[in-house]
Design a protein around this ligand. Structure first.
Ligand code: ADP
Ligand code: MG
Length: 623
């Protein structure tokens, strides 16, 4: 042989992979059988990829029949999974089977730490291939890529390194051989494997055959019998079947296959659209969050097919990023098979489908809220903050999103919608008041809430950071204006004026002027507060400045923000304030700082010198 042989190279797994392998292999969970689902789905992906490539590249020989074959050898204790898909070259093996490109995996590993894992969590990352090490102590991968003459062998015992070398593999595609661990020999039973295939992979669109050494022997014994293996899966495109012919369980299985969730979907959305664009769609609302939901690299989870032929997944244009948690498929006849992926991102048909899908999904969510409020609330807790990202961007869906967007509020235990706010708690000023912060309880206790609580004016208690971004931008819902109560002046309408107990006397305005001057390093302005009833002082942002809590959020994320000073508001009816006001000049200089520190404490902030503050208070009390 003159062909140059690649030297055998042993390579260390990336650190993340090593840690992950450890977690995967040593976790004590019950569903080890999912390794097969993962390998089959990789084979299926490989076949779909090759089918796509040969559709778009006419110079290639078209593979006539894609298939996945599983073979069991009880004597050697091996399972082999073989496909005639796209295959891998040396580089593919190195990067696909040695690293984890998956978004969110790193965080996941950190989270898992040394804990014994739970496969439902692992599955969410599609760390698929590595799950082979749950049941085997050695994995061999032989593969020949569709456009290459060379073939390679990848081996690993899953304990830190893998190696790649040249090999003689004469088929096109990939063959994975698992040496089954002693304790896992149940996976060498043909019945067991057939069961697993039916359970998890029934709708894989290529035929899956299962055979064992025994079958071979039998065949030899009955020499004349035809060599006919039976296909184990149905290989149907479930989304094209008539709804009445699909069982709940089929939907669940398909959901599990496409999403890597292991439970049932919260809601199945299956429909056929005919008209401007024609497509069939099968989508799911999940019950729980995928781990990487907020990871910047997280893409959507929809697959695009043209007449049952897989074209692309994670296509950004197919559904807005704020619905990225929805798994499923979209199949259309209105696209050409040869369309390139670049063109797909900016294609009129895709854009129309995206708009229609979005409308439909939002309608289904509204429906869920009406018909199953409890389920909706759990959905909303998981995905509300993501859907609300849709309010932060310019689009035509705001009204639909507002239909079910819910908020905590100060005047009612349960969450309410904006429509309920404006119909059940209208106010003279046509405002939707809100306050933002860490949690409901803190917000209810904020000094800025005092007047609103007294007057029973409802205030939305906003704790999802995303709200703080769209609310100031959106400005209005119907003709009600979003108004932060920690910013600018309070204006709760005419009725409040009559109640203003104290008129600003000359003494008061002198005191304000004094405080402004004295605290000018610390605050932008000092004002007599209209919003305080029980606290002595509080801080608010100036009308055109960034709101206080948003500023804290940004700072916590190392965002560069203008450090504008805030406004100090004082309650001139408060004894602490009048006490300071009455002091002699030099005493006043000493004690007026208390009013600022007090306001900072009310904001839950740390004082530069807490000891000084306490000493001053003690001293003031005994004056
Ligand atoms: P995922 O399938 O989510 O990408 P996996 O860990 O299951 O993650 O697989 C990693 C990668 O290895 C795949 O993306 C693919 O590139 C490659 N791969 C795995 N199995 C095969 C196969 N049978 N044929 C071709 N490539 C494969
Ligand atoms: Mg996979």
């Amino acid at each position: 042989m003159t062909k140059q042989q690649a030297e055998k190279k042993t390579v260390k797994f990336e650190t993340e992979v090593s840690k992950l392998l450890d977690i995967v292999a040593n976790s004590l969970y019950t569903e080890k059988e999912i390794f097969l689902r993962e390998l089959i789905s990789n084979s299926s992906d490989a076949c779909e990829k090759l089918r796509y490539v040969s559709q778009t590249n006419s110079s290639l020989n078209k593979t006539s029949q894609f298939e996945i074959r599983i073979h069991l050898n009880e004597k050697n204790k091996t399972i082999t999974i073989k496909d005639n898909g796209i295959g891998m070259n040396e580089e593919d093996m190195k990067s696909n089977l040695g690293t984890i490109a998956k978004s969110g995996t790193e965080e996941f590993i950190k989270k898992m730490g040394d804990k014994k894992g739970d496969i439902t969590q692992i599955g969410k990352f599609g760390v698929g291939f590595y799950s082979s090490f749950m049941v085997s102590d050695q994995v061999l991968v032989r593969s020949k890529k569709y456009d290459s003459k060379e073939s390679f062998l990848w081996t690993s015992d899953g304990k830190g390194t893998f190696s790649i070398e040249s090999t003689e593999y004469n088929s096109q595609g990939t063959e994975i051989t698992l040496s089954i661990k002693k304790d896992e020999s149940e996976f060498l039973s043909k019945y067991k494997i057939e069961d697993i295939v039916k359970k998890y992979s029934d709708f894989v669109p290529f035929p899956i055959f299962v055979s064992s050494e025994d079958d071979k022997k039998e065949k030899k014994d009955k020499e004349n019998k035809e060599d006919k293996e039976t296909q184990v899966n149905s290989a149907e495109a479930i989304w094209l079947k008539e709804k009445s012919k699909i069982k709940e369980e089929d939907y669940k299985n398909f959901y599990n296959q496409t999403s890597s969730f292991y439970d049932e979907p919260l809601k199945t959305i299956h429909f056929k659209a005919e008209g401007v664009v024609n497509y069939t769609s099968l989508l799911f609302l999940p019950k729980s969050q995928p781990q990487d939901l907020y990871h910047p690299d997280r893409k959507n989870n929809l697959k695009l097919y043209v007449n049952k032929i897989f074209i692309s997944d994670k296509l950004d244009a197919l559904i807005p990023a704020w619905l990225r948690f929805i798994p499923g498929v979209v199949d259309t006849e209105d696209l050409s098979l040869n369309i390139s992926r670049e063109i797909l991102q900016n294609n009129a048909v895709i854009n129309k489908i995206a708009t229609a899908l979005t409308k439909r999904v939002l309608k289904e969510i509204s429906e869920l809220k009406k018909k199953k409020p409890d389920e909706f609330i759990s959905f909303w807790k998981n995905f509300g903050p993501v859907v609300k990202e849709g309010l932060y961007e310019f689009n035509d869906f705001h009204d639909q999103i507002f239909d079910f967007t819910m908020f905590n509020c100060s005047e009612k235990e349960e969450m309410i919608t904006l429509n309920e706010y404006i119909s059940d708690y209208p106010n003279d000023k046509k405002k939707i008041y809100y306050i933002s912060g860490e949690n409901k309880e803190n917000l209810m206790n904020s000094p800025q809430m005092e007047l609103f609580k007294n007057k029973k004016i409802n205030v939305l208690l906003v704790t999802d950071p995303v709200d703080e971004f769209w609310m100031p931008m959106k400005m209005k819902f119907k003709d009600f204006e979003f108004t932060s109560i920690t910013k600018g002046e309070v204006d709760i309408g005419d009725s409040s004026k009559k109640d203003m107990k104290t008129k600003e006397t000359k003494e008061v305005s002198d005191f304000i002027v004094y405080l402004k001057e004295h605290l000018k390093e610390k605050v932008k302005d000092v004002k007599v507060s209209k919003r305080l009833t029980t606290s002595a002082s509080c801080l608010v942002a100036d009308e055109n400045d960034m709101d206080m809590h948003l500023k804290k959020l940004m700072a916590a994320n190392n965002q560069n923000i203008n450090d504008e000073k805030r406004i100090l508001e004082i309650n001139i009816d408060h004894s602490l304030v009048s006490k300071v006001q009455m002091l002699e000049k030099d005493q006043k200089d000493k004690f007026s700082e208390i009013l600022y520190d007090h306001a900072k404490l009310m904001e839950g902030e740390n004082l530069d010198d807490p000891k000084k503050y306490t000493n001053l208070i003690t001293e003031l009390v005994s004056l």
